[in-house]
Design a protein around this ligand. Sequence first.
Ligand code: HEM
Length: 178
Amino acid sequence: MQSQSFRRRARLTFVAFASASLSASTLGLAAAPAASSDVTAPQMIDAFEGTFGAHAGQRRNHIKGTCAAGEFVGTKDAAALSRSVLFSGKAIPVVARFSLGGGSPEVPDAAPAPRGMALEFHLPGGGLQHITMINVPIFGASSPASFRAAIVAAKPDPTTGKPDPKKLMAYAASHPTR
Ligand code: HEM
């Protein structure tokens, strides 16, 4: 079981990701209100674009990244635990994308944003298998609606160009960790 301070640190990393990855330019789109229990895809997209700006043709989140191609060879030991072809011991072609969480294309590489790794395995027979991972121990929001609320809370204040710390604190206080 993780300690409360461990969870708090992981949570702060999550709340900090948006402020660390914001660009000065934002379009200031208004995010539609969401019910506390649910959120629609357009509401989520509006929230990303309202906080980070709209960047046509690019991802709304994990916008900055770089791709690589290689081969994945799963350990045969895992074959005892999984029937997945990934653990056949044979080389599987894979496309990888390494990214930074957040929707700013100008985020510095050293920003304290979660690191993403997305993998696309090209399976024998032509099928594809996708996996996305981040390097933080917990995902800081318990639902799409609370993730959206975090993004909205990180929207830059027009006078400073930075997120309002009071709004970030209010988000953390209204979405406590257990
Ligand atoms: C409410 C939950 C979540 C929402 C709304 C969300 C939203 C998004 C969006 C909009 C994108 C951009 C997709 C695109 O334009 O192709 C994205 C990318 C990504 N997400 Fe999430 N996400 C959520 C949860 C997660 C979780 C739980 C993980 C990992 C454990 C994750 C890891 C990633 C990664 C690694 C990428 C980049 C993928 C790439 O490089 O192509 N996300 N997410």
